[in-house]
Write a protein that binds this ligand. Sequence first.
Ligand SMILES: Nc1ncnc2c1ncn2[C@@H]1O[C@H](COP(=O)(O)OP(=O)(O)OP(=O)(O)O)[C@@H](O)[C@H]1O
Ligand SMILES: O=P(O)(O)OC[C@H]1O[C@H](OP(=O)(O)OP(=O)(O)O)[C@H](O)[C@@H]1O
Length: 210
Amino acid sequence: MNTLTMAMPKGRIFKEAVLLLRKAGYNLPDQFEDSRKLIIDVPNEKLRFILAKPMDVPTYVEHGVADVGVAGKDVLLEEKRDVHEVLDLKISACHMAVAGLPGYQRGELNPKVATKYPNLASQYFKEQGEQVEIIKLNGSIELAPIMNLAKRIVDIVSTGQTLKDNGLVELERMESITSRFIVNAASYRIKSGEIKTMINCLKVALGEDA
Ligand SMILES: Nc1ncnc2c1ncn2[C@@H]1O[C@H](COP(=O)(O)OP(=O)(O)OP(=O)(O)O)[C@@H](O)[C@H]1O
Ligand SMILES: O=P(O)(O)OC[C@H]1O[C@H](OP(=O)(O)OP(=O)(O)O)[C@H](O)[C@@H]1O
């Protein structure tokens, strides 16, 4: 049996993904979630975890540095990496939205939209037939309309608290987002037994038919 390398997103998805793996029967050590190590070997399960920035997980999987990984659908839509998306893990649920100050009306020429997701946002507005100027930010996106950097933002909404606390409202709901199990194409062939076993165990944990 081959060792599988799994790219995991550091941050909010990580804990939920670890819980799901444990539910799927993988015996992961205690304190696994609290470690600051970026590579964690679990020899008993023939697993090696690499802990990457959420946006970088598909890159590691595309290049075959990791055989499999967990990535938010938002990241997959933004990065468009060449990976197989094989399973919806139904964790870290949220949605993408266009937000802005209350009462915003379309109509300006080439309006600015601030976002951490320039590709996803560009595609959305193209489909809507609205020409916009995308301003890429790396976080605290809700600042942009308040400071008049851009009247609208495209960002993740979960509880809606961040929008509310900053006096913003959701203007248009976009895609629903959950985390997905992704696989490198070559690994899928070379390590198909191990990968299919993992997918089946995850499906059972999710209450789906394996
Ligand atoms: N409220 C939320 N805000 C942001 N991301 C969320 C939320 N709920 C679930 N997610 C999921 O978590 C992922 C982001 O995780 P996290 O917030 O830990 O990283 P990040 O802040 O984008 O990372 P970094 O800023 O370190 O690059 C998203 O890709 C999305 O799929
Ligand atoms: O609807 P809510 O539950 O309030 O969650 C949404 C907020 O959470 C995320 O920010 P994050 O905490 O990742 O910080 P960031 O601004 O650094 O991206 C996201 O970008 C929103 O700002």
